[in-house]
Structure formats: C-alpha cells, structure tokens
Design a protein around this ligand. Structure first.
Ligand SMILES: *Cc1c(COP(=O)(O)O)cnc(C)c1O
Length: 482
C-alpha cells in the first residue's frame, strides 16, 4: 500500500505522522528579499536562513527527526573509543545491509574522500550512472576521471521512463574494454541519482551491472545517500519487486554491492555518514585513513548523539509509510506544476521537485546560468530558497572554458517530513506567478569565482537591473501582501 485513498475527489498525499515540535517561519517583504539576494551575490547558498521562508535548498541534514530518534540521542554513550553507541550502529548496519564492517565518517563526501584516496590513481576511469558534485571533485583530485554511462533517456527532462538513473550496459562494457579493466577500480551506482532530478535505477539494472563487474573483476560501489527514495521507487515501479518488502529490496541491493557508502544527512535523517563492506581486505585498506581524516574508528567525526539517531533512522527507513512521504509530496508538487504548464522533470523523482530552467527561461544563454538566475528569481518572488543544478554547479575545464551542463535545473528539495501541503502549494503558486513573468528574468555573471565547487560560495551579479524590475512587478501584482 503506498497511498491512502480518499472517498471524494482526488487523493492527496497524507502524512502518516503528526507534528509535535514547530519552528516559527518568517517571510520578509519583497523589497528586503531583493536586498538579501543582492547581498548574497545572487547565490542562494549565501542567504541567511532568517531571510528565508521555505528552505528548499537541500535535503541534507534538515530532514525532520522522529520522537524515537530524539529519545535515542539521550542514551548516547560518550567515549572516544569503544562507545556502546557505535556498536549499536554497527549492528544495525549489519542487520540491514548484511555488511560486516562499518567505517564511520563525518558525512558523505568524507566517504568519497577515503574511497577515492584508496582506489583512484592517476589515469583511473570511474564509470557511473551520473556524477555528483563532491564525488567528481574527489575523484578528479586523485587523478581519476569520471565517465557517465547513463542511458539517453536520463537527460530527457520530460519522460515516462520509470528508471532514468539506470546505467547503459553497452556503454559500460565498451568503456571498460576501451580503457582496460585494470584502469577501472570500481563502478559507482548512485541511488536516487541526484543531479538528474532524484531519478532511481532498477534492481534489474543493478544486477546487470554486477554481472559486468564480475566478468571484468571490478568492484561495485553503491552511493546510498538517496537510497530511501530509490527503494520506494523500486517497490512501486518495478513489477518483479512489488511483493518484496523494503527490507528485502535493501538487502538485495546491498548483496550486489562490494562497498556501500552514504551521507547520513540524507539516509537515516541524522548527520554523518559511513562506509560498509563485507570484505576484510577492502575494510583494512580504508580503515587506515579514518583516524587521519575523520576521527577514531568508533565515531569517525560523528557525534555519539547523531549515531544513536542514525541507528533508529536507518530502521525507520525500512518502513514504507515513513519513506513514501517524500516521493508522494514531490509527485503532488510536480503534478500541480504540470497542470499549470510549467516545465518540470518527469516522472517525479525523490529528493525534490526539479523545474526545467532550460525551458522556463529559454531566453537566457547557458553561459549566464539560467537555473541560477531562476533560483534567485524564485527567492525574490516568494522567499523560497532552491538550488541551482546546472552549469553553475559544474567547473571550468583546464583551459578555463565553461563546461555547459546537460540539464539546467532549479531543484526545490522537500526535506523529509518538514513541509505541509499548503506550504508546497504556496511554492507552486509563486512558481506559477514567476512563469507568467518569466521574460522579466535575466542572466547572471560571476564577480567572485572559486576554482573548485564554485556554486557553494561564488558571487554573481544580475547582467542588468532585472531583479529590481521583477521585485517591482511583484509589488504591483500583490499589493501590500508579502
Ligand atoms: C549529498 C550527497 C553526497 C555527499 O554527502 P554529504 O553528506 O553532503 O557530504 C554524496 N552523494 C550523493 C548522491 C548525495 O546526494
């Protein structure tokens, strides 16, 4: 069962939890929003949270915790070495993923750092369904190269394909043959493929990739940061897995992986991360780096309270009614935007709703960061903070030229169990207003451009006075409403 049916009319996504702690939100007037985005260099990462009404920047570390998670935090066993809390978490990892060894790390990218340092060498080629920003940076820093072997449908913003995160098996095979398996230390599969709109891969696809890895003696690494959504989509979209429980699907995916790593800021609704494997040899190789970069083997940079919360959060991830809330809300938001003719990524994925900026503001050239411009515009229009996932999130090539992204997306993350349906509908309304006024939106250009991960803290300016005009139009249309 994935959704409660309504007797009258269309069923709405229904929360299977109640709210017991609330935080007051503040919506500042449009004139102040204009000032705030200007001071933030038109970069939503640089906004202060007090100036944000709905924070849809990310699902990282901002998912709502459950009462059981908070309660468990009080039981945490504080100690540098040998904390009981660690053994609890290790046992939970073993129970759920069937992996003997667990290496804790302070967050997802720390796992990528360790895995890259151990397995990636100069000239290594790492095939994957799609890159993630921090993954690519770590692999590149170690002298390796990311090769994406997605199926063509992955980049079709509007599609009915249920598994756009699949790896194209022929492309993968060709790539391995071309570079030689000795230069391919591992294949990486990213669950709930982040940068193409939180799109899942299928169990069948993962099995095929495993076969190829076996054939060529290559490791299969699963980035399980967005696993919860992928599990849910496998359950509801893959015929052969319909009768499996979420726990069984998880175990089947884990059995196909040599190494699993994840950001616990997403998976498990806590803050931290970790690497799991059944191989003592692989664990030994990675373990040495833990005390150096993360912390001692029984905390790896995580607080013991977060580890307690993570153990419970992982257990709760096995509950379909818990993990369906995100995808159902996202699907609703996507449908409401589609009804209004607004270009969005379909089918709806996990993580958030993705507005297709390439179409929304098709008058802005990619060199002027259409998705970044749209993110700034939506903040002005509604105090809503989204994130650019497009050319701004890429980095320039060796010659300083722009790497134009395949897709220009404005990602509106729906952190799990955080927003109400009326807040989602407010966002839909402001996006609809913006769509009516899209010709007012202009491009951006850099004034401060960091070389690595520039989207995090780079500063930009609008190419002309479009932001001022947009704010004025808002005031005209909304009267004295915020
Ligand atoms: C967020 C994320 C990461 C990095 O995790 P952090 O905890 O933010 O460092 C890695 N992979 C994917 C797919 C992610 O979504």
């Amino acid at each position: 069962m994935s959704q409660i049916k309504f007797y009258q009319g269309e069923s709405l996504p229904l929360e299977m939890h109640k709210v017991r702690i609330v935080q007051k939100l503040n919506l500042i007037p449009v004139e102040q929003r204009l000032k705030a985005i200007s001071e933030a260099g038109s970069n939503t990462f640089l906004l202060r949270n007090r100036d944000v009404f709905l924070d849809m920047l990310t699902d990282s570390g901002v998912n709502a915790m459950s009462d059981r998670q908070i309660a468990a935090m009080m039981e945490a066993d504080d100690s540098y070495a040998g904390s009981e809390t660690f053994y609890k978490l290790e046992a939970k990892i073993k129970e759920i993923f069937g992996k003997e060894y667990f290496l804790p790390a302070h967050q997802g990218r720390a796992c990528e750092h360790i895995i890259s340092k151990v397995f990636v060498k100069n000239g290594s080629v790492i095939p994957m369904n799609y890159h993630f920003t921090t993954t690519k940076s770590h692999i590149t820093l170690c002298g390796g190269r990311v090769e994406e072997v997605y199926a063509d449908v992955a980049l079709e913003a509007s599609s009915k394909h249920p598994f756009k995160g699949n790896i194209d098996i022929d492309k993968l095979t060709d790539l391995i043959k071309k570079h030689g398996p000795e230069n391919v230390p591992f294949v990486r599969m990213e669950a709930g493929t982040n940068l193409i709109g939180g799109q899942p891969f299928s169990m069948e696809n993962m099995r095929q990739v495993r076969d190829i890895c076996d054939k060529y003696g290559i490791l299969l690494v699963l980035d399980a940061s967005l696993l919860a959504d992928n599990l849910y989509f496998i359950k509801v979209r893959e015929e052969s897995c319909r009768d499996m429980s979420i726990r069984e699907i998880t175990r089947a995916m884990a059995d196909l992986s040599d190494i699993i790593y994840f950001s616990a800021r997403k998976l498990g609704c806590a803050r931290g991360g970790g690497i799991a494997t059944s191989s003592p040899e692989l664990a030994d190789k990675m373990r040495e780096l833990l005390p150096l970069y993360e912390g001692f083997l029984t905390y790896g940079g995580m607080s013991v309270r977060e580890m307690e919360a993570l153990a419970i959060g992982l257990e709760e991830t096995m509950d379909e009614e818990m993990i369906n809330q995100g995808p159902l809300f996202i699907a609703h938001m996507v449908q409401e935007l589609e009804k209004r003719g607004i270009p969005v990524v379909t089918p709806p994925g996990g993580l958030g709703c993705h507005v297709n900026a390439m179409e929304f503001v098709d008058h802005i050239p990619q060199e002027q960061y259409p998705a970044g411009a749209l993110a700034a515009a939506l903040y002005i229009a509604g105090g809503i903070r989204g994130m650019e996932r497009g050319t701004l999130s890429e980095q320039r090539d060796e010659n300083g030229n722009e790497t134009l992204a395949n897709m220009e997306l404005l990602r509106l993350a729906l952190p799990r169990r955080v927003f109400t349906l009326s807040q989602v509908m407010y966002a839909v309304d402001r996006i609809a207003w913006l769509y009516e006024n899209r010709k007012l939106i202009g491009g951006l250009s850099f004034v401060e451009e960091p070389k690595v991960l520039r989207f995090f803290f780079g500063k930009l300016v609008p190419v002309d006075d479009w932001q001022i005009k947009l704010a004025a139009k808002f005031r005209q249309d909304f009267g004295d409403s915020l």
